[in-house]
Design a protein around this ligand. Structure first.
Ligand code: PMT
Length: 221
């Protein structure tokens, strides 16, 4: 049933949340379950690509024929992505990477204090932005999770991170974003053409996205 149009293409996909450690029993994270990224990895492998999936903690079973690497923090993800970037043709960053982490983390459990607690946070590395700066032959696909001004913010990320495509989802719409089996996305290209997709399964979104990737790869040959 599956043709192999992505035969020989090296695709790096990130999925899931990151965990930013506070102490051995606590961390900051977000609602990503990895469903979107795992669907893309699964479909890409079925289309013949060599797939590396770099995943934050999820409860999902790694797809067949995909090399899955488990990580925890944004920094871990950054290091593993950089390691594989030089021999990657396409990067798809569906992971929900933490933008901040605690400046200090503790090796022993923090004890409760009588007063309020203030925790200082620092920025993590914007992985996609770094990839945009280092880009040579790679095709870079980002995601934008927004709750408002979706189009404006997505287009801005496409520009500032030097991407080739961005997949925007309004994570406050029912049936879209975190945790659901469906998503509602608009895919923006560099020339700002857009493909506005209705609600569909994350697998179907993955197929539509990889169709577009294939067209761009053909154009670059
Ligand atoms: O995992 P699911 O439950 O299926 O949910 C899917 C999803 C909502 C997580 C997915 O569809 C999605 O929108 N993923 C991107 C989430 C996100 O972090 O978006 P953002 O707009 O904050 O980031 C923009 C892009 O920069 C993303 O491609 C992100 O991976 C990347 N980024 C962000 C921060 C950072 N420090 N490094 C990055 O590379």
């Amino acid at each position: 049933e599956w043709g192999k149009p992505l035969n020989g293409v090296n695709i790096l996909i990130t999925a899931g949340p990151t965990r930013e450690k506070v102490d051995p029993v606590r961390f900051f994270t977000n609602h990503s379950t990895g469903k979107m990224g795992y669907a893309i990895a699964d479909v890409a492998a079925k289309l013949g690509a060599n797939v590396i999936l770099i995943s934050g903690p999820t409860t999902l079973v790694p797809p067949e024929n995909v090399k899955t690497i488990q990580i925890e923090s944004a920094q871990d993800m950054y290091e593993r992505v950089l390691e594989h970037y030089p021999h990657t043709d396409v990067v798809i960053k569906s992971a929900a990477v933490a933008d901040y982490r605690p400046i200090q983390s503790f090796d022993q459990k923090m004890k409760k204090q009588p007063d309020d607690l203030q925790m200082k946070m620092e920025r993590t590395t914007d992985i996609l932005k770094e990839l945009g700066k280092l880009k040579k032959h790679q095709l870079l696909v980002g995601f934008a999770a927004e709750t408002n001004n979706v189009e404006e913010y997505a287009k801005r990320k496409l520009e500032t991170k030097n991407l080739d495509l961005i997949v925007a989802n309004n994570v406050s719409s029912v049936g879209a974003g975190f945790g659901t089996d469906t998503n509602i996305v608009t895919i923006y290209e560099r020339d700002l053409r857009k493909i506005e997709l209705p609600i569909m399964s994350k697998y179907e979104v993955a197929k539509r996205l990889l169709d577009k990737v294939q067209v761009l790869l053909k154009g670059a040959e």
